[in-house]
Write a protein that binds this ligand. Sequence first.
Ligand code: CA
Length: 239
Amino acid sequence: MQLWRFLTPNALGFTLKNAAHALIDKITGAPPRVTLAAEYVARHARAGDPESLLRTLDRFALEERWLMSVGPEKGPLVSELAERLPNEVRVLELGAYCGYSSILIAHTLGQGATVVSIEVDAAAVASARRNVAMAGLSRRVSFLHGPSSELIPGLDGQFDLVFLDHWKDLYKKDLQLIEEHRLLKPGGIVVADNVGAIFNPDEYLEYVRGCGRYQSEHRLATIEYTSVPDAVEISVYRP
Ligand code: CA
């Protein structure tokens, strides 16, 4: 991702504050941000209460350190998807980070929903597992640690919903891998977070809009916990 894209006037304040926090944490030898988030949650959230977990992660992101999780703005979007999906829904997530979206999705889609989440960063996997366990959702959310391109071919069964929120330049390649291994149910929905212009998403957007296998819809949003313009792409698989 080209960092100069984050030096526009509306993103500058966010970029500088985030860079300053990263520098302070490096100098002081602080644990990874995802670990700090899990420690904060353990101190402040109510165990067994997914809503409390999410609001506590929001507070950490706003008051302590920015988190690249989906943030509170996407809550209504997940509720809307719940109405379009079956009760027994299988979800594949790429990019668990601190477990925010896993908790949001499993909680919003209800008791019949299960989530498999792939995450390449070991500290993030540990943080996500801690947060999901505290939310009381470990039975329905599982994490796989490793690169998505290596783990996707080994997945079993088919998924109703795929949530892309990992490295933006892997979106197209990994979606093609998911198709190749028949992991997405016909009629299934692919949600790609952070596809605003600032993330240079053209390759992915051209693919889902132009390959003829998706009905794709663009929703304007802002980058989580900021007012920087962003977007989400919702694509229904019609092979
Ligand atoms: Ca995101």
